[in-house]
Design a protein around this ligand. Structure first.
Ligand SMILES: [Zn+2]
Length: 247
């Protein structure tokens, strides 16, 4: 048996038996893993409030040979998303981060850049201010997974978009120019391509003072979500919830 203490983000929990939970954790050192938290429904001392999705915790767990689940002994809260006001939009954004991480990360594969991305976007996800962190996270996770196509040139002819719109469609990777778009294509505006470029060049803190209403870069979010869903080969429930939000 090997005992670990690791920084982790709680992604998801499932109740099992009478009072236990299975917990999916994204640990900084060991990547994503699943553990069983015995009596977690009763033990406020060991788990009180720490199993909410996207809670940043110090997790203590024991790995046993030939066992899929670790034994999760306790989670100490480092930063709780509940320490800040939660409105419906913020809850939907946090659920989106958790679902994307749960679905994209392979088990037992540490991904420190993804861990740092997650901490940064959580920190900027405030009640009534979610569209920058959602857009930022969507773009970066797509790039870090290696799924982000060239945003500057047409996939078909290689011509630079050079200040014009690009086009994308749900069935294919990559962006194309006006000439090579298909009937099902949607436009990605030059303004949104510019926003993507700035997102890839700057930490989120450098963009946080700007106004990001829902309408800003909405086409870019749609493009990124379609890329994610196509690679995951499933719909993201949390993305549907986000799409239904108003301003
Ligand atoms: Zn072209």
């Amino acid at each position: 048996m090997i005992a670990h203490q690791a920084e982790a983000l709680v992604l998801r929990t499932w109740p099992v038996h009478e009072a236990d939970h299975i917990v999916s954790l994204f640990t900084r050192d060991q990547g994503k893993l699943k553990g069983i938290a015995k009596a977690s429904a009763r033990s406020r001392r060991r788990f009180g409030g720490a199993l909410e999705p996207m809670t940043y915790v110090m997790a203590s767990y024991v790995e046993k040979p030939r066992q899929e689940l670790v034994r999760l002994d306790s989670c100490e809260i480092l930063i709780s998303p509940l320490s800040d006001p939660v409105d419906y939009a913020r809850a939907a954004a946090l659920a989106f981060f958790a679902e994307v991480l749960e679905e994209t990360l392979p088990d037992h594969d540490p991904q420190d850049p993804v861990f740092r991305l997650a901490l940064a976007v959580i920190d900027h996800t405030r009640a009534g201010k979610i569209w920058l962190p959602v857009t930022y996270f969507g773009l970066w996770i797509t790039r870090l997974m290696g799924w982000m196509p060239d945003l500057a040139h047409c996939l078909t002819c290689g011509r630079a978009f050079a200040g014009g719109s690009a086009y994308f469609n749900a069935q294919a990777d990559g962006l194309v120019c006006h000439e090579h778009r298909s009937a099902a294509s949607r436009a990605l505006s030059a303004l949104s391509l510019g926003a993507a470029e700035r997102i890839f060049r700057n930490p989120i803190a450098a963009l946080a003072a700007e106004e990001w209403p829902r309408s800003r870069a909405a086409d870019l979010r749609r493009f990124t979500l379609q890329s994610l869903e196509r690679h995951l080969e499933r719909r993201l429930h949390s993305a549907t919830a986000l799409a239904k939000l108003g301003e």
